[in-house]
Design a protein around this ligand. Structure first.
Ligand code: DGL
Length: 270
């Protein structure tokens, strides 16, 4: 029997998914969170889909052992490649949510737009998942996707709001493919941290959408529907990484306001 007081599991290749965890904490303040950053296998953006499926199932197994009532795949790359296998593996033990569907839902409801840009890792862009899902709902929309592999490592290294990040962002966003956009999807959970710079580039003429907020609201709706919303006053959060380094501990501060103590947990432990 799943209980409302059970924690919500959230995972990503590293710490980018903390942007989603942060939004979940903001919109669902009574929930206890268990975060897993698979730092031993970071980045996911370049890995094969078999590898991503394997890591994702191992992480889901860990989160189910921790009795999570929901698993949020807070990574676009894993959402695009491993959502189905994680759902199959999890069965009725927990709700499984990806970061793509809530955004597709949001974007296809915006009135009067014609062209949508998508930026993300090589894996996410190669999967063409956004254009397939968006066009299934609204075939008239034009979707242009561009892999922007330098952005995630750049952000992890703390390079944003500076000359270097602006140069790299400008170089990607000025590609002919991304001309004349009405809307841009930040299809990587690292990117909310550079949203202000992207907005600056477009001088606020393009609607920039990131998944953190819509995923948190979608999760809230699902938990409410299933009467699984926690109303605890003292939620407890745990943050695990599959490979611990001091540098990660430092970077977490960029992604999650508030104090975080990372706990190492090898994915290969039984
Ligand atoms: N945060 C992951 C995503 O949303 C990308 C980072 C990585 O390549 O591991 O796709």
């Amino acid at each position: 029997m799943v209980k409302p007081s059970a924690p919500i599991g959230i995972f990503d290749s590293g710490i980018g998914g903390l942007t989603v965890a942060h939004a979940i904490h903001r919109f669902l303040p009574g929930e206890s969170l268990i975060y897993f950053g698979d730092t031993a296998h970071l980045p996911y953006g370049d890995k094969s889909s078999d590898a991503i499926k394997y890591y994702s199932i191992r992480i889901a197994q860990f989160l189910l052992k921790k009795k999570c009532k929901a698993i949020v795949i807070a990574c676009n790359t894993a959402s695009s490649m491993a959502y189905d296998v994680v759902r199959e593996f999890t069965g009725s033990q927990a709700i499984v949510i990806n970061v793509i569907d809530p955004v597709v839902e949001e974007v296809t409801h915006i009135k009067g737009i014609g062209k949508i840009g998508v930026i993300g890792t090589k894996g996410t862009v190669r999967s063409e998942i956004y254009s397939r899902k968006i066009k299934k709902i609204k075939p008239s929309l034009d979707v242009a996707s561009l892999a922007t592999p330098l952005l995630a490592p750049m952000i992890e290294e703390g390079f944003f709001n500076n000359k270097i990040s602006r140069t790299i962002i400008n170089s990607y966003l000025s590609r002919p493919k991304l001309k004349k956009l009405d809307c841009l999807i930040l299809a990587c959970t690292h990117y909310p941290l550079i949203k202000p710079e992207i907005e600056d580039y477009y001088k606020n003429s393009v609607n920039i959408i990131d998944s953190a907020r819509s995923v948190a609201l979608y999760l809230k709706e699902m938990l409410t529907k299933k009467k699984l919303l926690a109303k605890g006053k003292n939620p407890k959060h745990h943050f695990y990484v599959s490979d611990y380094t001091d540098a990660f501990e430092k970077s977490t501060k960029i992604f999650f306001k508030g104090k975080i103590r990372l706990e190492p947990h090898s994915l290969w432990e039984k």
